[in-house]
Design a protein around this ligand. Structure first.
Ligand SMILES: [Zn+2]
Ligand SMILES: [Zn+2]
Length: 392
């Protein structure tokens, strides 16, 4: 899997028929589209079923009311249509752009431009989910860009630097979350943990901490739950593929599988312990305590360094900050900045999956393969075949 340059792509593919690298299942652009859209719909339905089930489970509500069920179904349907439209129109727009360019493919009109344009379908998602998806794609695009800079020799992404980024991101994120605590609608975020709001001082209560009960219980409970969640994720990843031999699989569990659990558990534990300590010693609660607490808790990152997490902490903080900027009218709300950002990120990431797979975030491979019901792999293999033919 090597990087494909503009020159390589255009030398090999600019004159091929669109059926070769966009719809090999049928030569006609029209007839093939029935299969393309049907498969995109099936692929998206399967992919989003798992995502939505997991998200609804994570909310932790056992019984949903009829209204909530209908809402959950509607959200699932909207996501499925979104996935199907993006995957399907990627092919349609590719064919149309090839026609417009005088029956020629170019490096940027093959996948990048179609997937930048169809990013507009993100409007199908309800606004609360839309923000999360935009956030995720920005994180992935930033990760890709940092990897590009690293490969070109401009920066070195070391474990130490990632940890510093994560500490900084956590401090800011928890601080802004606590500041936002009083608001009715919090900014929806993709984050491990929501910081509790600042407790107002009252005379009739002895407890100065932002929680009920004893501090030890509060800290241990948070650390325990998150340790357990981390362990579940790691174990599920190891055991699920080997379900047929569970005993054998269990014997392969090593320290490695505890890394995520230790990261999550100590992250929450340290954060809570420091907030409680500061509340007790100073006698009142303040959002500012989140700064040292988030920063030091960020050291837990050393258990399991991951560039994606480091970036997510910073963009999460930036997202809450931008909500404030919008409220203060410092960012114009008549220009849909998040939407444009999403389109740009989506175009770049789809393009990267094909042209620069070595440093493309792995989530993109899974996403594109799933929503296209495996058809993207055929396209990629065909494109490589054509390029290799020219290279020989
Ligand atoms: Zn076509
Ligand atoms: Zn406490």
């Amino acid at each position: 899997m090597a990087q494909i340059s503009k020159h390589m792509f255009e030398a090999a593919c600019s004159n091929v028929h669109c059926s070769e690298i966009l719809h090999p299942w049928n030569r006609s652009c029209w007839t093939s589209s029935i299969q393309t859209y049907r498969d995109s719909f099936i692929g998206s339905a399967k992919f989003y079923l798992i995502i939505h089930l997991a998200q609804n489970l994570m909310r932790g509500k056992k019984v949903l009311t009829k209204k909530e069920l209908i809402k959950a179904g509607e959200n699932y349907l909207r996501s499925t249509i979104l996935g199907a439209m993006i995957s399907g129109t990627c092919v349609t727009f590719g064919c149309i752009l090839r026609l417009l360019m005088g029956r020629k493919f170019t490096f940027f009109t093959y996948l990048m431009l179609p997937n930048t344009l169809n990013g507009l379908f993100i409007l199908l998602e309800p606004p609360s989910r839309r923000g999360l998806v935009i956030n995720l794609f920005c994180n992935l695009a930033i990760e890709y860009m940092l990897r590009c800079l690293e490969r070109a020799g401009y920066i070195a992404i070391t474990r130490g630097k990632q940890t510093v980024l994560f500490m900084l991101g956590s401090a800011l994120l928890f601080y802004l979350m606590r500041l936002e605590g009083e608001k009715k609608n919090r900014t929806p975020l993709l984050w491990l943990f929501t910081a509790e709001k600042v407790k107002q001082k009252t005379d009739d209560e002895q407890n100065v901490c932002p929680h009920k009960g004893t501090c030890t219980r509060y800290i241990a409970k948070g650390a325990g739950i998150y340790f357990g969640a981390g362990l579940c994720v790691s174990l599920a990843k190891t055991l699920l593929p080997k379900l047929r031999t569970p005993i054998k699989a269990l014997s392969t569990v090593r320290y490695n599988h505890f890394k995520l659990a230790l990261f999550f558990g100590s992250y929450i534990g340290i954060y809570r312990a420091i907030v409680c300590y500061l509340c007790r010693s100073r006698g009142y609660d303040s959002a500012l305590y989140a700064l040292p607490a988030g920063c030091i808790a960020g050291l837990s990152f050393l258990f399991k360094p991951n560039l994606g997490f480091a970036i997510a902490s910073l963009t999460g903080a930036f997202k809450i900050f931008s909500t404030t900027l919008y409220e203060k009218k410092m960012l114009p709300d008549n220009i849909p900045l998040p939407l444009l950002l999403y389109c740009f990120c989506q175009g770049t990431l789809f393009h990267t999956r094909f042209m620069d797979p070595d440093i493309c975030p792995s989530y993109m491979f899974n996403l594109i393969r799933s929503v296209s019901n495996g058809r993207s792999e055929i396209l990629y293999a065909n494109m490589l075949k054509i390029i290799n033919k020219i290279a020989i």
